[in-house]
Design a protein around this ligand. Structure first.
Ligand code: HEM
Length: 203
């Protein structure tokens, strides 16, 4: 006699670990950016500063403490996200194959406002490219940040970044890309609110 319970079709779109790491990442990224702007203001590399009200930490010392605290959250959570994605094979399933032809086609459809997101379980080619780009960008942010923070202890990393001063420029532009990604990402989520429900509830 077969006593096994009948298989219940499960509609989980985002597993719990993915949702937890996504929201921890979003929180730590926002803290890093706002405190980073306060740190930048103490010694700007371009002829402008960020409005004080947009920054976190109050003063340079406070902002550094926020930045270093959130740095551990970002790096450890990012490592967990990468490890789980690679070990479960999810990264391969979700983000690949990624063909330039499909990116061009989906980009065109997106610009015409006709890009569909019918199945929340599958990313279109533009999403795949955007998510892979922001993951690479976050890795670059962490590495350039390490080159600035420990420039004497990590000479190889410092030199790869083109020296201490250049590492600050790399860090700044990687942050700028991240801010652009967040603006577009949140706008896209607002256009398809069902995706937010799935990222909260998993289903
Ligand atoms: C602040 C920095 C953020 C970063 C770096 C970020 C990054 C990402 C990445 C890489 C993915 C794909 C994850 C995967 O499948 O492995 C993703 C998905 C998603 N994110 Fe974010 N995210 C951020 C903030 C937000 C915010 C504030 C919201 C909500 C307003 C949001 C809502 C979503 C949703 C709904 C998805 C699933 C998209 C879909 O199914 O089409 N994210 N995000």
């Amino acid at each position: 006699m077969n006593t096994a319970a009948p298989a219940i079709p499960t509609a989980t779109i985002h597993p719990l670990w993915l949702r937890i790491t996504h929201w921890i990442n979003a929180l730590s990224v926002v803290i890093m950016i706002l405190s980073g702007w306060r740190i930048y203001n103490a010694s700007p590399i371009f002829p402008f500063s960020f409005p004080r009200e947009w920054t976190l930490g109050g003063w340079l010392g406070g902002a550094l403490q926020w930045h270093f605290a959130a740095m551990w959250l970002l790096a450890l959570n990012g490592l967990a996200y990468l490890a789980l994605n690679l070990l479960t094979g999810r990264a391969r399933r979700k983000f690949f194959p990624l063909r330039p032809k499909e990116v061009a086609r989906d980009m065109l459809l997106a610009l015409k406002g006709r890009l569909q997101h019918a199945s929340l379980a599958d990313y279109n080619a533009v999403q795949k490219l955007a998510y892979l780009s922001v993951i690479a960008d976050l890795a670059l942010i962490v590495l350039s940040g390490l080159a600035i923070w420990k420039s004497v202890q990590l000479p190889f990393l410092r030199e790869v970044m083109g020296g201490y001063d250049n590492a600050r420029v790399v860090h700044f532009f990687a942050m700028s890309f991240l801010v652009l990604f967040i603006a577009v990402h949140v706008a896209m989520v607002a256009m398809v609110p069902r995706t937010l429900l799935a990222m909260l509830r998993g289903r």
